[in-house]
Write a protein that binds this ligand. Structure first.
Ligand code: GLN
Length: 458
C-alpha cells in the first residue's frame, strides 16, 4: 500500500473512533496526506526514504509543532501556534513519519488520568468508562486503539509508563538527556523526558533510535552515540552471558492489587525461564519518591509556568484595566485547578524560610533514592516491579482526591528522580479484562539492554 493509503486508513479509523475515544485534540489530516504523498513521490522517484516513511504517528500536545496549535490541554495556550518545531518532531518528519494529530493530555502533563485536560476526557479503549491513565493518556489510547501506529509522550513522574500500563501498550521513558527536550513545553525540567509508545517492543525501539541523540539546543542533552536499538534485538538473552534481574522488594507491599501482584510474579517466573537470574533487591528509600517528587516537580513547575502571563502566549483574559489585573485574570481563568495547586505548592516550597525545610530536603532525598539504585545495579543488570499498583480506574473515581492520584505514581517516580530508563510492557489482564503492566528499569543509557529483555519477554 502507498503511504497515502496507509495514512487515509489511520484517518478513517480516527474519524470512526474519536467520537467515543477523544484521544486527539487536533487532527492534522491535510498535512498528514501531504506528508504521505511526499513519501510516495520519493518512492516513485526511487529516492531514499527514511526509516519511518509513511508511518502514522500521534504527538502529545505539549510538543511544539510549527504552524499547528500546541495547547498542553490548557486554556492558557488555547490560541498558541508555535513559530518553531521541536527537535523530536523535526527528526520524525526527517525520517518520513506522518503526524496524524496532537494527542490529549493532563493540563501541562500534570496528572495521571488525562482528566485534568481543559478540553476533553479521553476514554480507555479497553473499557470506555475508564481512564487511559496519564498524563500521556491520548498518546497511549491512540496506539492501543490503532488510530496510529506509534506515538510520542512525555514522562516526568510516570506519564509514559503508567498510561502504557493502563492501555496495554509498550512505553519507554529514556535516560534523562537521551532525547532532546527542545520544543517540549517544560513542566519540571530536571525530570521531563520524551519517549515513544508502540504496540510492540520493536516499534518502540525503532522510534527511540529516530528521536534520540545530542542536540545543541538542549543544554541537558547527552553527547552519546545512539545505537540502532531495533537491530540488536534477539529473541532470547541467554547468548549474552548471565542476565541478572532484581525484584524491588518494597514495591510488593501494601496497596498493590493482588491481580497485579500475581501477573507480575508470573512475568518474573517467565523471565527466569528465559534464562535470567532472579535476585531480591531492597530499595529502602523508594517510598520517599512520591513525597519528594511532589515538592520538586511543583517547585520547578511554578518557575516554568511563570511565563504564562497573558503577554507572550495565546490567551489573555479580557476586562482588566491595568497590567497586574490582566496577569491575575489571565492566570486565574487560564489555568485549571490542578495546575494552580501545583503552582501554589511550588511557590510555597521555594519561598524564603521554607526552601531549606522542603525543597532542599527533597533534593537530599532524591540523592538517597539515586544511591539505592546505584547499589542495586552493582548486584543486578535490570530491575523489575509493577508499573502501577492497580489497573485503570473509572473516569471520575479519583479526580476529587489528588492524593490518591499522586500515590499511584509510587513505582514510576523514583526512576525519574534518578534519571534512569524505564519501560512498561503488557504482562496480563485483571478479572475485568483490563491490561496490567510490568516495569523494567535499566542502568543509565542501557536502553539497549532494557529493550532486549522486554523483547525476549514479549
Ligand atoms: N502523575 C504525575 C504527576 O501528576 C506524573 C506526571 C508526568 O509524568 N508528566 O505529576
Amino acid at each position: 500500500r502507498s503511504a497515502v493509503e496507509i495514512t487515509q486508513e489511520a484517518l478513517d479509523r480516527i474519524q470512526a473512533l474519536e467520537p467515543k475515544l477523544h484521544s486527539f485534540l487536533h487532527i492534522t489530516a491535510q498535512q498528514a496526506l501531504e506528508q504521505a504523498s511526499a513519501v510516495d513521490a520519493k518512492i516513485a522517484a526511487k529516492e531514499e526514504i527514511g526509516l519511518l516513511a509513511g508511518i502514522p504517528i500521534g504527538i502529545k500536545d505539549n510538543m511544539c509543532t510549527k504552524g499547528i496549535p500546541t495547547t498542553c490541554a490548557s486554556r492558557i495556550l488555547e490560541n498558541f501556534v508555535p513559530p518553531y518545531e521541536s527537535t523530536v518532531t523535526q527528526k520524525l518528519a526527517d525520517a518520513g513519519a506522518v503526524m496524524v494529530g496532537k494527542t490529549n493530555l493532563d493540563e501541562f502533563a500534570m496528572g495521571g488520568s488525562t482528566e485534568t485536560s481543559a478540553y476533553e476526557i479521553t476514554a480507555n479503549p479497553w473499557d470506555l468508562s475508564r481512564v487511559p491513565g496519564g498524563s500521556s493518556g491520548g498518546s497511549a489510547a491512540a496506539v492501543a486503539a490503532e488510530e496510529c501506529v506509534v506515538s510520542l509522550g512525555s514522562d516526568t513522574g510516570g506519564s509514559i509508563r503508567q498510561p502504557a500500563s493502563f492501555c496495554g501498550v509498550v512505553g519507554i521513558k529514556p535516560t534523562y538527556g537521551l532525547v532532546s527536550r527542545y520544543g517540549l513545553v517544560a513542566f519540571a525540567s530536571s525530570l521531563d523526558q520524551i519517549g515513544p509508545f508502540g504496540r510492540t517492543v520493536e516499534d518502540v525501539a525503532i522510534l527511540l533510535s529516530a528521536i534520540a541523540g545530542y542536540d545543541p539546543k538542549d543544554s541537558t542533552s547527552l553527547k552519546v552515540e545512539i545505537p540502532d536499538y531495533a537491530a540488536s534485538l534477539k529473541p532470547d538473552f541467554k547468548a549474552r552471558g548471565k542476565l541478572r534481574i532484581g525484584i524491588i522488594k518494597e514495591t510488593f507491599g501494601e496497596g498493590l492489587d493482588s491481580v497485579v501482584e500475581e501477573a507480575v510474579t508470573k512475568a518474573v517466573d517467565r523471565l527466569q525461564s528465559l534464562g535470567a537470574e532472579i535476585h531480591i533487591i531492597s530499595c529502602p528509600n523508594f517510598r520517599y519518591g512520591v513525597p519528594s517528587y511532589y515538592i520538586i516537580a511543583p517547585s520547578e513547575a511554578s518557575a516554568n509556568l511563570a511565563r504564562y502571563d497573558g503577554v507572550k502566549y495565546g490567551y489573555r483574559a479580557p476586562g482588566a484595566d491595568n497590567l497586574l489585573a490582566m496577569y491575575n485574570r489571565t492566570r486565574a481563568s487560564g489555568f485549571g485547578a490542578e495546575v494552580k495547586r501545583r503552582i501554589m505548592i511550588g511557590t510555597y516550597a521555594l519561598s524564603a524560610g521554607y526552601y531549606d525545610a522542603y525543597y532542599l530536603k527533597a533534593q537530599k532525598v532524591r540523592t538517597c533514592i539515586k544511591q539505592d539504585f546505584e547499589k542495586a545495579f552493582k548486584k543486578v543488570d535490570v530491575l523489575a516491579c509493577p508499573t502501577v499498583p492497580t489497573t485503570a480506574f473509572k473516569i471520575g473515581e479519583k479526580n476529587t482526591d489528588p492524593l490518591s492520584m499522586y500515590l499511584l505514581d509510587l513505582m514510576t517516580i523514583p526512576v525519574n528522580l534518578a534519571g534512569l530508563p524505564g519501560i512498561s510492557i503488557p504482562c496480563g489482564f485483571d478479572n475485568n479484562g483490563l491490561p496490567i503492566g510490568l516495569q523494567l528499569i535499566g542502568k543509565e543509557l542501557r536502553e539497549d539492554q532494557l529493550l532486549q529483555v522486554a523483547y525476549a519477554y514479549e
